[in-house]
Ligand binder design. Structure first.
Ligand SMILES: Nc1nc2c(ncn2[C@@H]2O[C@H](COP(=O)(O)OP(=O)(O)OP(=O)(O)O)[C@@H](O)[C@H]2O)c(=O)[nH]1
Ligand SMILES: O=C([O-])CC(=O)C(=O)O
Ligand SMILES: [Mn+2]
Length: 612
């Protein structure tokens, strides 16, 4: 298929076809009729298209081309200062029955919401081009491929989708050949242009709605152009809608990185790890091992689709083709792998700072900031400015295949076999560096009651402790208690000999003076080495009220320049702190309500008993 342009009019909807897939053609025609774009363009995913769209973004002032010698074929984009993160308070699960959305999601009656959205989308693309982007999450060779089609009026979203997913003509051809179902993903920035009206670099609308219809498996997103609000294959499809598909089909869509570790004895283990947004997934996925003889390879950095393998185990698939990583804190010392990937070209940087020589910078990239920058709002910046140069939720968008140390299986539709699942959060206190669950049921309890301090990845207050079950609080597409029952069932449905073991980690515990007790980043190798020791039946562990913890000496600290007292403090299970946690956990399970599996209440009773 080649790129086609049509001038839609109500009289000639057939000019919109561009595909032999009748339901897709009908949907495209219906959306064009509703949103009234100036032109409709089918994305073919080609090099020519990438060049055309990025050139146009530069020409109209949305994007700035970075110095090709430093960041080839790469761009800096500054968003509207009020459109910088996911908007959880305006994200909805519109199931037919309110109970199916559960107590953790916003819900509106689907008919009411559809009426509201129809009003918002009416004429919303006037003066703009409507792009039709066929995409697949995961491999086009999967059986079946997980198809989606995003309709958007944002060329920035089209360029980002080129990086984050497999898009274009091949996908459309396969969708047509199979006459397959697809998830319709409708997106508008909600900023129609009247004749003669000048555009702004980042059009968006104060009114924002990120809406999922789980029974219909469709997504409507209005008003935002940023990240998970707008790149609809990611959080909206691959987590919220996929979690519903997984519930119905017996698998799990999880907010997890996937990593392959090889020990010096050549033992190979694949680990998946669920950490809330901006709590270390991308960094752990690109682990630079610090113990001799260990290697780590990235399979995925944000999302894992976990399925029974038919032989008693679980496999994990990475559905994404790109990285959409938090820029601040990603540096040559903490994550050189990511730095190399983003420097290899074809990267879109959003809300980072610009250096005087046409490169990007953000807090934590280097120890010393440059003497002068243009900050994320486009204003001149010097180190004494008293404000960050990059927005805390600024991001890089980079093809995953540019990662050094990428596992060959990163796009394998068969996935990789899982040995362990880690869950973790950002807690200054209470939660030890690592604790192993006694069994899957206890692991489900640790995952269900996971807590973390909020970050800049979503709008709202930062640093507030909240429960975030399996780091999925903002992404479960149905009732959270039902989700936890499903989690329990999928794990307990495996062969005990092949069942992944569950661990809870916390890289973010702090001392009284506020410093991190554990060095983190590459040194997390030492924690993972203990995890592998446990999997191989040799690591020592001591029972504590919250689970199994490495005793002093069980973590390999050789060559590590830290105060052993800090490590002891990072590993400590403080009974008083945990007693204070009990009412929080109890209130959380109560809030989730009657669908929470009894097994989790029993686990809470057990914890309470052990803390007495
Ligand atoms: N102290 C400490 N900070 C870390 C560690 N790992 C990651 N971070 C910091 O945590 C922030 C977020 O890390 P990411 O790896 O981007 O988090 P993420 O989970 O991928 O975030 P999303 O992409 O939003 O889902 C960055 O500022 C990192 O520098 C660690 O081991 N220790
Ligand atoms: O979805 C986004 O905007 C970015 C992201 O990865 C997250 O918040 O977890
Ligand atoms: Mn990430």
């Amino acid at each position: 298929m080649t790129t086609t342009e049509h001038r839609p009019t109500a009289a000639t909807p057939s000019s919109l076809h561009g595909t032999s897939h009748a339901p897709l053609a009908a949907w495209v025609a219906e959306v064009a009729e509703l949103t009234q774009p100036d032109a409709v363009r089918w994305a073919d995913g080609s090099e020519t298209e990438w060049r055309g769209i990025t050139d146009a973004l530069v020409a109209d002032g949305t994007a700035l081309r970075l110095d090709p010698a430093r960041k080839p074929d790469s761009f800096l984009v500054r968003s509207d200062p009020d459109d910088v993160a996911r908007v959880e308070d305006r994200t909805f699960i519109c199931s037919r029955d309110e109970r199916d959305a559960g107590p953790t999601n916003n819900w509106v009656d689907p008919d009411v919401m559809r009426a509201e959205l129809t009003g918002l989308f009416r004429g919303s693309m006037r003066g703009r081009t409507m792009y039709v982007v066929p995409f697949v999450m995961g491999s086009l060779q999967a059986d079946p491929p997980m198809f989606g089609v995003e309709i958007t009026d944002s060329p920035y979203v089209v360029a980002s989708m080129h990086v984050m997913a497999t898009v274009g003509a091949d996908v459309l051809a396969e969708l047509e050949r199979r006459e397959a179902d697809f998830v319709p993903c409708l997106h508008s920035v909600g900023a129609p242009l009247e004749p003669g009206q000048e555009d702004v670099p980042w059009p968006c609308n104060e009114t924002k709605r990120i809406v999922h219809f789980p029974e219909e498996r469709s997504i409507w997103s209005f008003g935002s152009g940023y990240g998970g609000n707008a790149l609809l294959g990611k959080k909206c499809y691959a987590l919220r809608i996929a979690s519903v598909i997984g519930r119905d089909e017996g698998w799990l869509a999880e907010h997890m990185l996937v990593l392959r570790l090889t020990s010096p004895r050549q033992e190979v283990h694949h680990l998946a790890a669920a950490f809330p947004s901006a709590c270390g997934k991308t960094n752990l996925a690109m682990l630079q091992t610090t113990l001799p003889g260990w290697t780590a390879e990235t399979v995925g950095d944000d999302i894992a689709w976990i399925r029974p393998d038919g032989e008693g185990g679980l496999t994990a698939v990475n559905p994404e083709a790109g990285l959409f990583g938090v820029a601040p804190g990603t540096g040559w010392s903490t994550n050189p792998t990511a730095m190399r990937a983003v420097s290899a070209g074809r990267s879109i940087f959003t809300n980072v700072a610009l250096t005087d020589d046409g490169d990007v910078w953000w807090e934590g990239m280097t120890d010393e900031p440059p003497a002068h920058l243009v900050d994320w709002r486009g204003e001149s910046w010097t180190p004494d400015a008293g404000r960050p140069a990059a927005h805390p939720n600024s991001r890089f968008c980079t093809p995953i295949h540019q990662l050094p140390g990428l596992a060959a299986e990163y796009d394998d539709p068969r996935g990789v076999p899982l040995s362990a699942v880690l869950v973790g959060g950002r807690r200054r206190t209470t939660v030890p560096l690592v604790v192993e669950a006694r069994d899957w049921r206890h692991g489900t309890f640790l995952a269900a009651t996971l807590s973390s301090e909020t970050t800049a990845a979503a709008t709202g207050e930062v640093g507030v402790v909240r429960r975030d079950p399996v780091a999925m609080l903002p992404f479960i597409g149905y009732d959270a208690g039902d989700y936890l029952s499903h989690w329990l069932a999928v794990g307990e449905g495996t062969d005990p000999a092949r069942r992944p073991r569950v661990f809870c980690v916390n890289w973010f515990r702090r001392g009284d003076d506020g410093r991190f007790l554990w060095p983190g980043f590459g040194e997390n190798t030492r924690v993972l080495a203990w995890v592998v020791d446990r999997l191989e039946g040799r690591g020592e562990a001591v029972e504590t009220p919250v689970g199994l913890v490495p005793p002093a000496g069980a973590l390999d600290l050789s060559g590590l320049d830290v105060d052993p007292a800090d490590v002891t403090a990072a590993l400590a299970v403080d009974v008083e702190e945990w007693r204070a946690e009990l009412p929080e956990i109890e209130a959380w399970l109560d809030l989730l309500g009657p669908t929470v599996p009894q097994a989790l209440h029993d686990e809470l009773d057990g914890l309470r008993r052990r803390l007495r």
